[in-house]
Each structure stands twice: as structure tokens, then as C-alpha cells.
Design a binder for this molecule. Structure first.
Ligand code: NAD
Length: 422
């Protein structure tokens, strides 16, 4: 099929390169000219395992191309995916102005009968709203919802092996065409109306964020009663009704989706007259969690952070990605610096963050540090020689906000250890 993807970010690039790998002819429209130049020469500007190979294959066999003009990219397409950002507005709702702008831009250039597919996470009612908008300019197209569930860090694998594909449309022909587009993928397909499809995306993210927060709240309580949260959550997780996913205590959820999508769902609920108290509580507990980690760091250095040096391991919002959007690590760095600490950071895949002092490697970050704070669960941190860390540090404390290290091994080296819920 002739496919267009607008927006070459984590979602658009994976979708575009993935669909090209399935044999579709894919044109990607992208506003960032430098990104188009890099991608056209086979350089992928984000870290996502296996994506380089997929993009190079697509360029090589001529099925994938990148365009500075969305109109040029969209012309002649049977299916046009919208994968541009939907950031958070001041009131918590999702800002769909970029989606709206793009649809307005390409609307009158779409071929008769084309499908406009909303991959961006958009508020409930968006498909209908954009359908009305396109009907208004006389475009004979169908707008439908097809939310994205990929996880950064395993996005390519998730594209080829999705847990499910959700298609939200009441238009039979559009649904059949979408099923045809994904026919090479072996996944259950949920066909529903657009509003329900839009709700599935928010519901899934809100539920996962709730699980993370439940684990954090349990960990906080375990600390208070003297239980080990790792054992508690392990014992809970073996229950097949519960399972282990997203039950790891830590510094709170972050990233480009959970924070904004939970707040957007609260806004959707408010707008429709439902008080989503549960989700509001989740957001509140999550906001507190970073403060609790800062309190641990403060305590580890004797009660005041002013004038201390904190080594910060990890900046990405989770391991496996270079994405720092709404990362708990950056939240922690801000809080620590606001209390007068000097923060020296290292992340295997994040090379620089504005105004943050970066170290050359994990060990370098710990030089003359009073405390080491582990904020992202990169496996390579487990392989750093903690004896060398101890010798490099000025202080002797490790705050492990991801429960990555073995507390016994740390303590045997003469270092103090503080985890989450243990
Ligand atoms: P991103 O910021 O990584 O990528 C968006 C891309 O769109 C950027 O390259 C940007 O330059 C480009 N862009 C912006 N305005 C444009 C325009 N007018 N024309 C063409 N291109 C334009 O964002 P993302 O993480 O890929 O997220 C995109 C959407 O998908 C959001 O709605 C997000 O909530 C949703 N989503 C993201 C994830 C995820 O894990 N990142 C998962 C599921 C859903």
C-alpha cells in the first residue's frame, strides 16, 4: 500500500520503517529539516535498538523515503498516519494543535478515499472532530483511531509483535483496509468505534501508571513497617491474577507518555463530569515519590544537601532509551540542585542535558562525590566495580532508587546503602 507517516519521532519513525519492512511504500513527512537530512542519509537521530538497520533497509530497497514537505509526503497516499507530538497543556489536557495544523495542511491534498489514521495519543472525540474538519474542507477521506502501544527501548520488536492492534472506526471499508495493512503481523485485532479506541490508549497507560504507583506506595509502607518490598512484590506477583510487570518500586514514573497521559485522562474525566479520584491520587503519590528519594539522599549526606556533590547514574526515564522527556532523573537533579547540591551525571545513552554537568563515565561521575544516586536501571551499572567507586568517592553512601544493586555486596565494601522499600 502507499502509506504516509507525518512525524519522524519514536512512534512515526518506527511505524514508517516497520511498514516499509512489511513491503509497503512509505513516505515520511517531518518538520525538522536536519532530521530529514540525517534520516535520508541513513542516520537515525534517536537511540532505539534495531531501528538503524530497519531504516537503512528501507532506504536501500527504495520503499522508505523522508520528506521536508508533509504535502509532498501525503500526495497519492492511501493511508496517512499522524504521529506528531500531543504535549500537555497548562490545564493538563492534551494539546492537539500540531495534529490539527498538520491535518489542515495536508487535508486538501489527500487523495479521494484516503484514510487519515491518528497514531498520536489524542483526546477522546478527536477522530470525530478531525473528520468534521476534513469534511468541512471537502476532503473525501475517513479519519480513524489506531493508537500506538510501543515501548521505547523495544519499539521495533513491539511493532512486529504487538500485543494487539486497535482500530477505531465504524467505516467497514476503512477497517478492512487497516486489517490488510497489518496483515503480516500476527496479533489480535480489536475493532471498535473511535471513541472507545481513544479510551483504550488512555486506559492502558493510566492502568500501568497506577501499577507503578501502587508498587511505590507499597514500598513506602514496607519501609515504615520493616518489610522488604522486593520480597513482598515478588510474593504478590506470583499470583497469576497480578503478575510482575510494572511492579518495581523506584523514583516514580516518567517519560513522554505516562505523566501527560494520566493528566490528560483526568482532564477528559473532568470535562465529562466524572471525578477520577483514583487517578488523581496516583498522580499525587507519583509526584511525592521523587521528593522521597531526595529525602533519602539528604539523609545519606547528614541532613543538608547544600555544598554536597551528588553522582547521578542515569538520565533516561528508563533503561533502554535515550529519552529524557519528563524523566524522574532530571526531576531529581533539579530538586537536588535547588537544595544546593552539585550534580555530576552519567548516562550510557544520553550525552548531554542543558545545564547539567556530565561525567565521562560511571566511575568518573563518582569522583569526590558525597553520595551516589542511581536513578535509571541500566544493567551496565551493575557491572561497575564498586570497590573503585568507593575509592573514588569522598563520601560512603549509595541511594539506589531502582533497587539495582545487591545491598549486602555494597555494605560488605564498607559503603552505606539505601534502596526503595528495603
Ligand atoms: P516525538 O517528539 O519523538 O516525534 C514527533 C516528531 O514529529 C518529531 O520528529 C517532530 O519534529 C515532528 N513534527 C512536529 N511537528 C511536525 C509537523 N508539523 N510536521 C511534521 N512533523 C512534525 O514524539 P513521539 O514520542 O513519537 O510521540 C508522538 C505521538 O505518539 C504523541 O502523541 C505521543 O503521545 C504518542 N505516543 C508516544 C509513544 C512513545 O513511547 N514515545 C508511545 C505511544 C504513543
Amino acid at each position: 500500500m502507499r502509506v504516509t507517516v507525518i512525524g519522524a519521532g519514536y512512534v512515526g519513525l518506527v511505524t514508517g520503517a516497520g511498514l516499509a519492512a512489511l513491503g509497503h511504500r512509505v513516505r515520511v513527512g517531518e518538520a525538522d529539516q536536519e532530521r530529514v537530512r540525517q534520516l535520508s542519509s541513513g542516520h537515525v537521530p534517536i537511540f532505539e535498538p534495531d531501528l538503524d538497520r530497519l531504516v537503512r533497509d528501507g532506504l536501500g530497497n527504495g520503499l522508505l523515503s523522508f520528506h521536508r514537505s508533509n504535502i509532498e509526503a501525503a500526495e497519492g497516499a492511501e493511508v496517512v498516519f499522524i504521529a506528531v507530538p500531543t504535549p500537555e497543556r497548562d490545564d493538563g489536557a492534551a494539546d492537539v494543535s500540531i495534529v490539527e495544523w498538520v491535518i489542515g495542511e495536508v487535508g486538501s491534498h489527500l487523495q479521494e478515499g484516503a484514510l487519515v489514521v491518528l497514531k498520536s495519543t489524542v483526546p477522546v472525540g478527536s477522530a470525530k472532530r478531525f473528520q468534521d474538519l476534513l469534511d468541512g474542507v471537502g476532503a473525501n477521506v475517513v479519519v480513524l483511531s489506531n493508537p500506538e502501544f510501543l515501548r521505547e527501548g523495544s519499539a521495533v520488536a513491539d511493532f512486529f509483535h504487538p500485543d494487539r492492534i486497535v482500530i477505531g472506526s465504524k467505516d467497514q471499508r476503512a477497517v478492512e483496509q487497516m486489517v490488510q495493512l497489518y496483515t503480516a503481523l500476527d496479533a489480535p485485532i480489536v475493532v471498535t468505534d473511535a471513541v472507545s479506541s481513544e479510551m483504550i490508549k488512555y486506559g492502558a497507560n493510566a492502568y500501568l501508571a497506577t501499577r507503578v504507583t501502587f508498587a511505590n506506595a507499597m514500598a513506602n509502607l514496607c519501609e515504615a513497617v520493616g518489610a522488604d518490598a522486593r520480597d513482598v512484590l515478588l510474593g504478590m506477583g506470583y499470583d497469576r491474577r497480578i503478575g510482575f510487570h510494572f511492579l518495581n518500586p523506584g523514583p516514580g514514573f516518567g517519560g513522554s507518555c505516562f505523566p501527560k497521559d494520566t493528566r490528560a485522562l483526568v482532564a477528559i474525566a473532568e470535562e465529562s463530569g466524572y471525578d477520577f479520584a483514583l487517578l488523581k491520587g496516583v498522580i499525587e503519590v507519583n509526584d511525592e515519590q521523587a521528593r522521597r528519594i531526595v529525602a533519602k539522599v539528604r539523609e545519606a549526606v547528614g541532613g543538608t544537601l547544600d555544598g554536597t556533590v551528588v553522582a547521578l547514574w542515569g538520565l533516561a526515564f528508563k533503561a533502554g532509551t535515550d529519552d529524557t522527556r519528563d524523566s524522574p532523573s532530571l526531576r531529581l537533579a533539579d530538586y537536588l540542585r535547588a537544595e544546593g547540591a552539585r550534580v555530576r551525571a552519567y548516562d550510557p545513552h544520553v550525552r548531554s542535558v542543558p545545564e547539567l554537568e556530565m561525567a565521562a563515565d560511571a566511575l568518573d561521575a563518582t569522583k569526590a562525590a558525597d553520595v551516589l544516586l542511581i536513578a535509571t536501571e541500566w544493567g551496565e551499572f551493575q557491572n561497575v566495580d564498586l570497590g573503585e567507586v568507593r575509592d573514588a568517592m569522598r563520601g560512603d553512601a549509595i541511594v539506589d532508587a531502582r533497587n539495582l544493586l545487591d545491598p549486602g555486596a555494597v555494605r560488605r565494601l564498607g559503603l552505606r546503602y539505601s534502596g526503595v522499600g528495603r
